[in-house]
Design a protein around this ligand. Structure first.
Ligand code: CR1
Length: 827
């Protein structure tokens, strides 16, 4: 019995492989216009993508037809960022044809790994927030939920980073310079949107007052669809990204009246809107173009949703709130709230209360940060200039909110009104997008338990008093398809054998592994895989940086955006402490470690760039110092991005999650690293707390002040000099940074870090956590010496983090916020 079914499966795989091969050759000829004899890897890759797309597009058509026929309620994810990375291997895995493709290509004399490297990352995001959106849309497709991702088709994604004498250099990222095989242009669904101009008050024949917006400029939005393949390949959803163009209609007049140059200039201005992603992670750019970007994509997307709705329901709006739910990924798309109000009140001529009721059925808002510099506020003057009608609508939303909610609850309390008003008073009036998002949404969530608690207690306590049921938590997650199956094939194969091959859609299954955590055979296999992954990464490190590292050393990894609150400089202080101990004691006994960093700094963030420079300079010194005898190597990997993360994460022994408690909303790298068997050195912050609960106190190295202790310390008046004066080692390494030891002939080049930690007041409590951080690292050193003990902890990490699949996050959203039903797609 078993034999025949295995034989059948083998036959089917053979046919699939043959068909793929044929299709690849066909596309090499007819799509790429080249020939097997002269095709480059790039051409082979494109031909293979075209072959894969035959299946992707079948799935896409099936899915769209089914959703239309069944008139499903759908989620619309509004996000300024999608950090997709590469799509090739993921699409193959999710279609279940990775092995066939690998085989087909091998038979054509090609290594699939070489082709994978041909793809540019689709880096339309900064960091965690954008990557979360990418994981979520993949999970939504996998779980068969009707969903569309909406965003911007940036011509340039996040800048490419290189180092020149240790300093970060940014270059533009033209990810689609030669076209991208995964995107489909949809000219039939173009939208036109308006900005600028003025509002006129008119009275109709019945004497009703009406507002008429006379726009100053019209911009065309051209949609590009990226198919999102669910795992097992039956549902294929879309990510719809808008590209801005000059409106033909609008510029025609200017052109005719002889204003050819003016028309050309306007074209450039219109096209600028989707030209580039703002490279700030967790800081508000506050620029006019950014507001226009936000409005542009929200307006295009809402019109797209309404067009689809009307195709089914005509002018009957009564089902809109049942069919449509919109998730706002942070406040960036919050302008969608007044835009929907404008469409309903001004265009559909609906009564305000009815329109508002619809809005409040439709919008939900996710908060991703408590950092004050990230909380978006727009100068009222600017808002008024760009969106003159929307500012009036916001005034009206605010007037009613203050009157019907705040005044009712706290009569006569002007201080409360000032605090809660969507318009901030002051030297310059500002529009508070966070307030607008909470007022306009039916649900508000944070992204980890602790963060959601802080959103309620520290950010919006009065809003909680008004609407206690509005606030909820959905802890973040990551897709195990990309972050284990595709990026760590060796471990994936071991897991298939040990727990069965359904773990990619049922990650709790990994828990079976815990029973074998002490089993020497499993430990050997598990650690042998880690070793091979480390050897692969060592080769990559050599290729990218020319630095040689020993795969037998402990690989200590910190990968995330560069930010003071994430405290890469705390990591650096630990490295300096170890180095100094070695210099003072040539026999200093420590497990050899490779410290690996990957991080981009926002181009305007000076101190972040100084930290990169300092790490590079210290690395240079240590890596060439014979006295170190390879006990320490420091490597800053250039151009950290999704595809590099996929190489680093499977090779990590230690995961650095060392933010100041209360500052990292969740983190998602922490989940990916633990899933791949790295042991976390971390603070009780964000999702680290939940990871610790899952893996158990013995399999994680927790250190540092807690959220409450951090608050207490700030309140009692933190003085970083106390720590500097009381810890001679800490004092010595900080003073070291002021000398020219790491920058010969140029003393003081690394002094900015010391300055920020002392004169600057050390806003993120680096010095306060230093001692306890070093103690946690010492513990890790001890653990690592005991191979069996380490293997057990590593296995327990992989076994215990099933909770952090993005499938679970999506099911939480469905239950707590979206109220969706899955829709099975027949193949
Ligand atoms: C948070 O800093 C979180 C991601 C995704 C980031 C990070 O801790 O994992 O969001 N916040 O929820 C952010 O980018 C603008 O705010």
């Amino acid at each position: 019995m078993k034999k025949t079914s295995t034989a059948k499966a083998a036959n089917a795989a053979n046919t699939a492989t043959e068909q793929l091969k044929e299709s690849i050759i066909k596309h090499l000829h007819s799509t790429l216009g080249t020939d097997v004899n002269k095709a480059s890897h790039q051409a082979w890759w494109r031909a293979t993508c075209a072959a894969v797309n035959e299946q992707v597009f079948d799935g896409l058509r099936n899915t769209q037809r089914t959703h239309y026929e069944q008139d499903t309620r759908a989620l619309h994810y509004f996000s300024l960022e999608y950090l997709m990375g590469r799509m090739f291997s993921n699409n193959l895995h999710n279609l279940g044809i990775y092995q066939n493709a690998k085989q087909a290509l091998a038979e054509l004399g090609l290594d699939i790994a070489d082709l994978e490297q041909q793809e540019e990352d689709m880096a339309l995001g900064n960091g965690g927030l954008g990557r979360l959106a990418a994981c979520f849309i993949e999970s939504l497709a996998t779980l068969n939920y009707p969903a569309v991702g909406y965003g911007i088709h940036y011509e340039n994604g996040l800048f490419q980073q290189s180092f020149q004498d240790g300093r970060q250099i940014e270059r533009p990222d033209s990810w689609r310079e030669y076209g991208n095989p995964w995107e489909i242009c949809r000219p039939e669904s173009v939208q036109e949107i308006a900005v600028y101009g003025y509002v006129e008050t008119v009275f109709d024949l019945q004497g009703q007052m009406k507002k008429v917006w006379h726009p100053g400029r019209i911009i065309k939005g051209v949609p590009w669809d990226i198919p999102i393949v669910g795992y097992d390949g039956s549902a294929v959803n879309v990510l719809r990204l808008w590209e801005s163009r000059a409106s033909d209609f609008f510029n025609w007049d200017v052109f005719n009246s002889g204003g050819y140059i003016d028309a050309a200039r306007e074209n450039v201005e219109a096209e600028n809107i989707s030209k580039v992603l703002y490279p700030n992670d967790e800081t508000d750019a506050g620029k006019e173009l950014r507001l226009i970007q936000q409005y542009f994509f929200c307006s295009c997307s809402l019109k797209d949703i309404i067009r689809r709705y009307k195709r089914r329901h005509g002018d009957d709006w009564s089902h809109f709130g049942k069919q449509v739910v919109i998730q706002l990924n942070d406040t960036h798309p919050a302008v969608a709230i007044p835009e929907l109000m404008r469409i309903l009140v001004d265009r559909a001529e609906m009564a305000w209360d009815d329109a508002w009721a619809i809005c409040q059925q439709v919008f939900a808002y996710t908060n991703h940060t408590l950092l004050p510099e990230a909380l978006e506020k727009w100068p009222l003057r600017l808002f008024e200039k760009v969106l003159p009608r929307h500012i009036e609508i916001i005034y009206e939303i605010n007037r009613r909110f203050l009157l019907e909610q705040v005044e009712m609850r706290w009569p006569g309390d002007d201080a409360k009104k000032r605090k809660l008003s969507i318009i901030e008073e002051g030297h310059e009036q500002m529009v508070r997008m966070g307030h607008l998002s909470v007022v306009g949404s039916f649900k508000v969530n944070g992204v980890a338990e602790i963060h959601s608690k802080l959103v309620k207690s520290d950010l919006f306590p009065e809003m909680v008093a008004l609407w206690p049921d509005k606030f909820t938590n959905v802890t973040n997650g990551v897709t195990p398809r990309r972050w284990l199956k595709a990026c760590n094939p060796r471990l994936a194969t071991l897991l298939d054998a040990k727990v069965g091959d359904d773990w990619p859609t049922d990650l709790k299954k990994l828990h079976k592994l815990a029973d074998f955590a002490k089993d020497p055979a499993l430990q050997d296999n598990f650690m042998a895989i880690k070793q091979q992954n480390k050897a692969d990464l060592a080769r990559e490190i050599k290729k990218l940086t020319r630095i040689e590292v020993d795969p037998a050393a402990l690989f200590d990894v910190q990968i995330k955006r560069l930010h003071e609150y994430k405290r890469q400089h705390l990591n650096l202080l630990h490295i300096l402490a170890l180095y100094r101990r070695i210099l003072q004691n040539p026999d200093y006994d420590m497990v050899p470690r490779v410290f690996l960093f990957g991080a981009k700094a926002a181009p305007g963030y000076k101190l972040a760039k100084e930290i990169i420079y300092a790490i590079n300079k210290v690395a240079d010194k240590i890596n060439h110092d014979k006295r170190v005898k390879n006990r320490i190597k420091v490597v800053f990997m250039p151009n950290y991005r999704v595809s590099l993360a996929e190489k680093m994460i499977p090779a990590a022994d230690v995961s650095e999650q060392i933010s100041t408690a209360g500052k990292e909303a969740s983190g998602t790298g922490n989940m990916k690293l633990a899933l791949n068997g790295a042991i976390t050195v971390g603070t009780l912050d964000g999702a680290n707390i939940e990871i610790a609960e899952e893996v158990g106190a013995d399999s994680i190295a927790i250190f540092g002040l807690t959220v409450d202790e951090v608050k207490a310390l700030y309140e009692s008046g933190y003085n970083s000099y106390d720590y500097y004066h009381n810890n001679p080692e800490l004092k010595a390494i900080l003073d070291w940074l002021e000398t020219d030891y790491f920058t010969p002939g140029k003393p003081g080049e690394l002094a900015a870090i010391k300055r920020s930690l002392l004169q600057g007041g050390d806003p993120y409590l680096v010095l306060a956590d230093f001692e306890s951080y070093l103690a946690a690292q010492q513990k890790v050193d001890t653990w690592y010496r005991d191979k069996a003990l380490w293997a057990e902890k590593a296995i327990l990490n992989t076994a215990s983090v099933g909770k952090f699949t993005s499938d679970r996050s999506i099911e939480d959203y469905v239950e707590r916020v979206w109220q969706l039903k899955p829709c099975q797609i027949k193949k």
